[in-house]
Design a binder for this molecule. Structure first.
Ligand code: GUN
Length: 316
């Protein structure tokens, strides 16, 4: 079993980016500028944004954090987006998700059982203080959309055109590539179908590309006999957001396991009283793997590096 050291690879790429910034400076060019918009004070979002800003500093990018309170209206947030679109000094920006108190009308409508849609019950719309994440994402100028969330960029990714790739899936492809893990013709099983990770991950792994070219299966909350499917995986990518969901019986001997989950759980073995764990029960699963990503220090550091790579691309 070999550990996939995301922290080490991320440090290498950061050095490459820092060298690039020095080169831009020596040519008298402007350094890339990333803006992160943070609404409200969700602790996880605060941590992510702080970490993005810190990483920008490390590689010599300019970064700006823009904070708004959670009672900002959709209209006000769309004005912020419009300003960022027109600000020539800003190369790329992100709006950290989830937006606070955000109830996704889209998801609620999708969750209604089709059999009950007509005469079962109704959900009166609009929901109170509803900021549509979708509306905000669509308002972002696709050329500055370094998250790769805009439908135009999603469409480009799906059709294999060059674009900003979503950070977590792109970071995972980069890890598999740098560890020279054979992917061609392999069965890749992705657990989770979110717009941010599962869905784009499945798309990237199925592309006709030296570092992908897999047969891909997506598993999700409605999948039956999930273990039968995950046991077929040569490469298992886990992004469903449930601590220790994947156990040893679910994994084939010799599989490559990539754990996207990150959960803070109480622990009496650490000074802080907490420890971080993933969606995979690492202790049980690791002995069966050819490669596995740890949590922390696996996928997490790569996500930020992908965002920096997209920001450099935006500046160029
Ligand atoms: N929330 C969780 N992951 C992400 C991400 O990659 N980008 C943004 N904007 N929000 C997130």
């Amino acid at each position: 079993m070999e550990l996939i050291d995301g922290k080490k690879i991320a440090a290498e790429i950061k050095q490459e980016l820092a060298d690039k910034v020095e080169e831009l400076k020596s040519q008298g060019k402007k350094v890339p500028h990333l803006v992160a918009v943070l609404v409200g004070n969700d602790p996880a979002s605060e941590t992510y944004v702080a970490s993005k800003v810190k990483s920008c500093k490390e590689v010599g990018f300019k970064s700006t954090e823009m904070r708004y309170s959670s009672d900002i209206t959709e209209e006000q947030l769309l004005e912020v987006v419009d300003k960022l679109n027109r600000d020539e000094d800003v190369d790329g920006y992100i709006v950290q998700l989830p937006l606070p108190g955000h109830i996704s009308e889209e998801r609620i409508l999708l969750a209604i059982d089709p059999d009950k849609d007509v005469d079962g019950f109704i959900v009166q719309l609009p929901l109170p203080n509803h900021i549509s994440e979708q509306k905000v994402i669509e308002a972002i100028d696709y050329r500055k959309d370094v998250d790769g969330f805009h439908p135009f960029n999603v469409g480009k990714m799906v059709t294999g055109l060059p674009t900003y790739l979503p950070a977590t899936p792109a970071g995972i492809v980069e890890l598999l590539t740098r560890y020279r893990i054979e992917t061609r013709g392999k069965h890749c099983v992705v657990i989770g179908r979110s717009n941010i990770v599962g869905t784009p991950m499945a798309v990237l792994m199925s592309r006709k590309d030296e570092h992908a070219d897999c047969t891909v299966t997506i598993c999700h909350s409605r999948t039956r006999n999930i273990q039968e499917i995950t046991r077929q995986a040569d490469i298992l990518i886990v992004a469903l957001g449930k601590p220790h969901f994947v156990t040893a019986e679910m994994v084939k001997e010799g599989a490559v396991v990539v754990d996207v989950g990150i959960h803070r759980v109480p622990s009496d073995k650490t000074k802080s009283g907490f420890r971080l764990i993933g969606d995979v029960d690492f202790e049980q699963v690791a002995p069966k793997c050819s490669y596995i990503t740890p949590v922390p220090g696996g996928v997490g550091p790569m996500t930020i590096v992908s965002l920096l790579q997209n920001t450099l691309k935006a500046a160029q």
